[in-house]
Design a protein around this ligand. Sequence first.
Ligand code: SAH
Length: 211
Amino acid sequence: MDDTEQAVARRRLIERLRRRTDVSDRTLAALESVPRHEFVPDRLRSAAYADRPLPIGHDQTISAPHMVAIMTDLLDVDEGDRVLEIGTGCGYHAAVVSEVVGPETVYSVEYVPELAADARRRFDRLGYDVSVHVGDGREGLPSEAPFDATYLTCAAADGVPDPLLADTCVGGRIVAPIGGGRSQRLVRLTVREGGDVDREDHGGVRFVPLQ
Ligand code: SAH
C-alpha cells in the first residue's frame, strides 16, 4: 500500500469510529492526522487501519484505534495543556494526543530503552515534538510536573501510583486501566483539592500490565 492508499484506509477507519463511538470530532480529526502505518512494524503495515491492537515487539502492543480515541477524549485536554503519558510504546498514542495539545507539551515515560529510542527517532522523522524519558512510570516525572492530564497505556494492578496523583494539578484528569488479568477497568480520576479524587468507571478493558 502506498501513502495514498493508507490515507484512504485511515479515512475509512475514522468513519467507522464516528459511527460506532461517541468520540468528539476533535479527537477523530487528531486520529485522522496521524499515520498509524508509520508506527507499526513493516510486516503489519497493511493491517495498520484495522481497529485492533497490534504487536510492536518486546511483548508490547499498540492499542486499538477506538481505545486510543476513547482515552484521548476522556483526557479532556485543550491546546497548550501539559500531558504525561506512562508507556510510550511505539509512540502512536502520544502522537494523537500531541495533535490535540500541540508541540512541546506531551511528556512520555517508557520502561524499555529500545522502544523509547525507536519512538524518539519516529517522532523526529514525523515531526512530533514529544519528550520521551526512559524510566519507571510509577515514579511519574516530577521534574516536568504539574500536568493537566496523565494517562497510562499499561494496567496498574493496585491503582494509580501516588506520584502520578501528586504530579497532576487540581482539576486535572488521570485516565488509566486499573486492575489485574481479566478484571481491568478503564477509570478516569479527577484530582480535587486536598488530594481527594473523583472516580468514574468507563468499562472493562484489556491492557498489558505495568512492569
Ligand atoms: N501508547 C503505546 C502503547 C504501548 S503498550 C502505543 O501507542 O504504542 C504499554 C507500554 O508501557 C509498553 O511500551 C511498555 O514497555 C510500557 N511500560 C510498562 N511498564 C512500564 C513502566 N513501569 N513505566 C513505563 N512504561 C512502562
